[in-house]
Design a protein around this ligand. Structure first.
Ligand SMILES: [Zn+2]
Length: 480
């Protein structure tokens, strides 16, 4: 009998080695689901980050403490390779703002917030309604020397072929048209102005730009149809050099360690926002995925880097630094996917951002995810934009994707109301569950459909996905 043990062990090892890959994935997915159900720390962590650290604008003391916490957590989960990527950047600081609008002879104060990188100013000028603030809105419109009123979303009745662009692009257009100031309307109802960066290059813009609420914007637009209207815009702001750090935890692959799946989210928020949805939701998703991989002792063929980027809000500084470091060390070819988590709750599928060659892989892995998680609809979409940490990776031809998320009608992005009270544990766990499963599937696949695009393929990609105009306006178009 004694002599038979090695034989049985051999048979067991043989069977586990030959396990059907689908069955293996399904079993791992079930263990991820069970781990989340019984031990998820994500919601608790989200509340702690928002309540204990509050707003975490990159370069501030609270942001520095949040960086420390993230590194401590990664280490406590069992990661041996945890490191900071420090950098210096031009931090914008909000000081004072006053917006007075002349409504038929008397000035009325509007609640306003400066958009980031708005300079100090004191101007009086006529307001001109420039609709959505897209290039077609300026046809036949003279805004030279005026203050433009623009909607940051798309107004009802906008032709369906028009795409919205980032507020920074809208500001560039207004400046190019000769506007001396800008009033930008928050497209989301809720009686709150919303902040956000008015530039993508991290320098003060040439004109002051302030945000007002959706409701006040609507009133002002109606007021402008009745006759001319002027505004007095007073802003005080400054810039200074500040320090911030990305936090990285690396899980070394056992088979193809030089290939990496980057799973990232920004940890910073705006100065006026607790940043629960934007972006404690994404940051705790990345932290919790990292915890699950260690708690379940999951081994991956490829390496996985869990990254918390800093200073996304002020201009993607952290993700740009990460890409720059990878370029210096010749590691860009090894990054097979960048999976970005920015405002990630209620996940029902994946946005493959125009990487159509990845569809079959995601659909098949997604079918297995929906067998474990019946709420996961396995929807695949292709929505493209440049306004988050995936952008520096995309600029290098790397395949990027994000979770597809369902938001509530009232959501609090970039406002003082962006607290944990609008998020439930299940909203956040739904993202972690399907995302962790997809990361495991990608990191362990025998082969992956994505490869890094050449410069020429990237040019075609940007044109096909209607990103060319956006890149030209921001000065990032590197071709003809
Ligand atoms: Zn964000």
């Amino acid at each position: 009998m004694k002599r038979r043990w090695p034989f049985f062990i051999f048979i067991l090892l043989f069977l586990s080695g030959c396990q059907n890959p689908q069955l293996h994935l399904h079993n791992v997915f079930k263990s991820i689901d069970l781990e989340i159900r019984s031990h998820s720390k994500a919601y608790h962590l989200l509340v702690e980050i928002c309540n204990r650290y509050g707003p975490r604008m990159a370069g501030t003391e609270s942001a520095g403490r949040a960086e420390e916490l993230a590194a401590l957590l990664f280490r406590s989960y069992g990661f041996e390779h945890v490191f900071f990527q420090p950098f210096t950047f031009n931090q914008w600081q909000r000081e004072d703002v006053r917006l007075r609008i002349d409504t038929a002879g008397s000035y009325v104060d509007f609640q306003a917030l400066s958009l980031a990188y708005t300079p100090s100013s004191d101007i009086r000028a006529t307001i001109v309604d420039a609709g959505n603030g897209l290039s077609n809105d300026y046809n036949g419109l003279d805004v030279n020397g005026k203050i433009v009123l623009i909607h940051l979303g798309l107004l009802p009745g906008t032709p369906s072929h028009l795409r919205n662009t980032h507020r920074a692009q809208k500001l560039s257009l207004a400046i190019a048209q000769g506007a001396v100031g800008c009033i930008a309307v928050n497209p989301i109802p809720g009686n709150l102005p919303a902040t956000g960066s008015a530039t993508l290059d991290g320098e003060m813009i040439r004109i002051p730009a302030v945000s007002i609420s959706c409701e006040q914007g609507e009133k002002l637009r109606i007021r402008l149809t009745r006759g001319p209207c002027t505004a007095h815009l007073y802003t005080r702001n400054s810039c200074k050099q500040a320090n911030a750090r990305n936090v990285v935890a690396r899980l070394e692959g056992y088979g193809l360690p030089q290939e990496t799946i980057v799973v990232g989210a920004h940890l910073d928020s705006w100065d006026i926002a607790p940043g629960a949805l934007d972006n404690a939701s994404g940051a705790v998703s990345v932290l919790e995925m990292a915890r699950i991989f260690k708690a379940l002792n999951l081994k991956t063929r490829r390496s996985v880097e869990f990254v918390l980027f800093m200073a996304e809000e002020q201009g993607h500084y952290g993700s740009e630094l990460y890409v720059k470091e990878a370029r210096k060390r010749n590691l860009l070819d090894g990054i097979r996917y960048m999976f970005n988590h920015d405002m990630t709750v209620n996940t029902y599928g994946f946005n493959l951002m125009g990487h159509y060659e990845s569809e079959d892989f995601f659909r098949q892995a997604g079918m297995l995810i929906s067998r474990t998680d019946s709420a996961f609809a396995n929807t695949i979409e292709h929505i493209t934009y440049m306004g988050s940490d995936h952008a520096p990776f995309l600029m290098e031809g790397i395949s990027t994707f994000t979770p597809l998320c369902r938001y509530q009608t009232f959501h609090t992005y970039h406002t003082s109301e962006d607290g944990p009270q609008h998020i439930t544990p299940e909203m956040i766990n739904s993202n972690i569950r399907s995302s962790a499963m997809m990361v495991y599937a990608l990191a362990n696949a025998l082969s992956l459909p994505a490869s890094r695009m050449s410069r020429e393929q990237l040019r075609t990609y940007f044109i096909d996905n209607q990103l060319q105009e956006e890149l030209v306006i921001s000065g990032d178009w590197a071709w003809d």
